[in-house]
Each structure stands twice: as structure tokens, then as C-alpha cells.
Write a protein that binds this ligand. Sequence first.
Ligand code: HEM
Ligand code: MTE
Ligand code: MO
Length: 477
Amino acid sequence: TNSLPVYSQEEVIKHCSVEKGVWVTYKGGVYDITDFVAIHPGGDKILLAAGKALEPFWALYAVHGQEHILEILSEYKIGILRAEDNKKEDTETADPYSTDPARHPALIVNSLKPFNAEPPPAILTDSYITPSAIFFKRNHLPVPRVDPKTYRLKIEGLPGGTVSLTLDDLKSHFPKHTIMATLQCAGNRRSEMNKVKQVKGLNWGIAAISNATWSGAYLRDVLYHYGFGPEVAAKARHVQFEGLDADVTGTAYGASIPLNKAMSEEGDVLLAYEMNGEDLPADHGFPVRVIVPGVVGARNVKWLGKIIISEEESQSHWQQNDYKGFSPGTDWDTVDFKSAPSIQELPIQSAITNLTDGSSVDRDMENLTVKGYTWSGGGREVVRVDVSLDGGKTWHVAKLQNSEEREISAPSPPPGRAWAWKFWEITIPLPEGVQELEVVCKAVDSSYNTQPDSMPPIWNLRGVLSNAWHRVRVKVK
Ligand code: HEM
Ligand code: MTE
Ligand code: MO
């Protein structure tokens, strides 16, 4: 008993712009989404489907395969698609993710297509250098399969015109450097922010962060070699990166970093072709990715296809309309993405990895050991981690570890170049007569930046920069 009107495909196609109205079809239903276009979290890409079926687009952006998204869509239903127009060919497309690589079964999957996953926290701090197989994976699109023989890295914006390098050029013409750097997604710990008030984005736990060694050529060496000099420096302000992963329109994943970070002798920006001593795995950008140490994961572009030295920042969706921070008072109706700078260096972070919220410990235990990781952006070294068992009333200083060897600390990196995380650990006598512990950690970096005590004051609609004290409640039984 459906009283909704029946529309032909011909009628739907007429509604293909904001002016004419935006209609789409989904599983035989017709939807007028004109009013939703401006508030779509994925930006104006939604217009690609105007007048058409949503299915092939949602096959590519599989974030949409969630209950709450179907609920949003249902609000806009205006009719039924005429039976003879509801053709299978329009809605069934080859799965663009069918060539994605195999993944480790230990990973906690946040989204399958595109593939987004993090290791279980307890495994994360078992090795100071995260094994590549369990290193968190954050893909916006299908993994492109790149043939290393035909691979070319293009560079635009240098005086001699466009440069085109082979993988062999990169490996043989430039000194190979190895750096250790931790990557963290801007959305790490988003799930805790989500508990304050719903945000939009993948529901990451505390492990959208991992540490690896990366080897390759310094970006600055390559740019100087191909003619970077004072006349380019006088005009240019940014270095843009484009991936070889592209959406339905052929638009590549893109991001940019400030020119001074790219060219600084102390920036250590790397065109990496190895991760943990082996060729980059497909998920992490084979054959070449840029590693921008100290800077948010999003700018560390994988499957690097093009570098552009420019006056402007990248115009990509991810640089302009995503990965920015806002006031807790800003919502999807009032947000102006132009009003905030793109995230580059990340703030200080720490989290507890060996205890989980709601778990319990034995009352007869004399001591409680608490472990975790800590890291700060911009190469700022973490100088201290404080741990509390009573929600922050009293504190203990944890032992820091910055090397692969347990119990051993490597010398401090040069000031401003602490790119790798530290592990920390502390054993504290179990307080007597308590039913529950609120275990908390917070870190302090070399600029004496520390973490905010709670999430509400830093809540933002996209759920990024989530770095409040990590709090874990543990029952004593
Ligand atoms: C993200 C809804 C159509 C591309 C999202 C999100 C929602 C949403 C709620 C946020 C998801 C999250 O991060 O949890 C809708 C609805 C649509 C629609 C209701 C139709 C009425 C489209 C179409 C495209 C598209 C047709 C592409 C052609 C994207 C992209 C993102 C996104 C690229 C961002 C994903 C990311 O952050 O990686 N959409 N969407 N959407 N959407 Fe849509
Ligand atoms: N580069 C390309 N080409 N495509 C992407 O989807 N994701 C970015 C960045 N580089 C992405 C990309 C984001 S948001 C993050 S957090 C890191 O890659 C994740 O790197 P990883 O998958 O190696 O952990
Ligand atoms: Mo990210």
C-alpha cells in the first residue's frame, strides 16, 4: 500500500542540478536530496549522482553502507521508480575494491571499502616499531595497483618544466636515508569524542597511530637536483602531493604541506620507497609515498603520482573541506571550512594500551602495571607522562622508552626532530579498599604543551584532534 507517485527514469534525469533540484534513485526508490546537498559531509561530490542511481557511487564510497545513512536518505523519499526503468545494469557495477590486497586478521576493521583498520591496543605496544601488517591503514579509495616498471613520479612548478622520474631514478640518483616516524590519523581516538556528542567520521579507537622506519630520498634533495632555487622560493608557498588513487571523476587523493617544511634541512621529508626495510606494502603506498614527519597522517600521501610546487595550497577536498578543527559550538549548519587552517602538526597525545574500559583487576594483586604510547607533532619530544589511578587527583611519573629494546632508552633526537613515539610504563601499588579505579594518562612535550583534561571543550563536528586525557575505568574484584 504505497501511495507515493511513480516516476520514470526520464523524469529523474531532469533533476540533475541544484537549480533544477537534485533527485537520485536507490533500490527502486526516488529521492529529492536538493536540501541535503549543502550539508553533505562528503562535499559536493554528491552532485555526481544527480539524476542517477546512487548504487555505483556508494560502491566506491562504501562509508554509505551504514544504517544511519540509509535513515538520512529515507527522509528524502518522494516516489517509486517505474518498474521497467529499475534496470540491473544501472545499479550493479564491478566492485572497485576487488583488487585490494589481503590484510592481517588481527586488524580491527572500521570500514571494509575503503579499507580502514587499526590493530588491537594490546598488540600496538608489543613492538616499538609496528610490524607493517598491523600498522593502521587509512584509505579513502580503492588501493591502486601500480606497476613499478611503468611508474612515473611527476614534478611540476620547477623552472625547467615538468620532471618525470622513474622508480629507478629515485633509488639510484639520490642518497638513501632512513628515518623513524610515527604516523597518526587526525581521527585517532574519535570514538571517545563520539561519546560526548555524535561526530561524523570513522569511529577510530586509540590505535589509528603506528610507528615505522621509512627509507627513501629526501624531497629537498630531489627538488634541488631538478632546479629548485631562489626564484622558485620567492613565489612558492606550498608543496602539493597527488596520489594515484582516484575517484569516479578521476580526481586524485591530494594534500599539501608548507614549502618551508618540505625544504628545511631539519624537516626530514622523505620520498619513501621502503617501510621497515622492505618495499612499501600496497596498503601503505607502493611504490612511493611521502613521509612528512611530525605532520598529520592525511598529508603523508600514498601512491605518490605528482608533486606540485605552488603558491596555493592543494585544492583537494581533504585539504580544503576536511581535516580542519572547529569550535565545539560549530555545527554542520554553521560550519565555514574556509575559516579554519588545514591541520598540519598534530597536538600532543598519549593513551593507555594494556587496560580496557570496563575490565577488571584482581584485588589480591599488589601492584598494577599501566602501559601506553605517547607522541607529539612538529618533532616536539615528549618529556613526561603522568599516570593517575584516581581520575586525576594524585599522579605518578611513568618511565619513558624510546627504543626497540625494552628497558633501554636511546639518546634524545636533535631538538625539534623527535618524529617517533615513546612507550611508557609504570607499576603502582594497588590502592586498598576501592571498588573501581579511574586510570588516567597525560603527556607533556618539550614545549610544555599538555593534553586537555576532558573531551567536551575540544569536541568538534568532524571528530579530529581528539587528545584529552585518556581515561580507563577498571573494576577491582
Ligand atoms: C561522506 C551521506 C551521496 C561521497 C558521507 C557521510 C554521510 C553521507 C552521512 C559521512 C560518513 C561518515 O564519515 O561517517 C550521503 C547521503 C547521500 C550521499 C545521504 C545521498 C543522498 C554521496 C555520493 C557521493 C558521496 C553520490 C560520491 C559521488 C562521499 C564522500 C564522503 C561522504 C567522498 C567522505 C568519505 C570520507 O570521509 O572518506 N556521505 N552521501 N556521497 N560521501 Fe556521501
Ligand atoms: N594517500 C592517498 N593517496 N590516499 C589516501 O586515502 N590517506 C591519508 C594518508 N595518505 C590517504 C593517503 C590518511 S588520512 C592517513 S591517516 C594516512 O595516509 C594513513 O597512512 P597508512 O594507511 O599508511 O597508515
Ligand atoms: Mo587520516
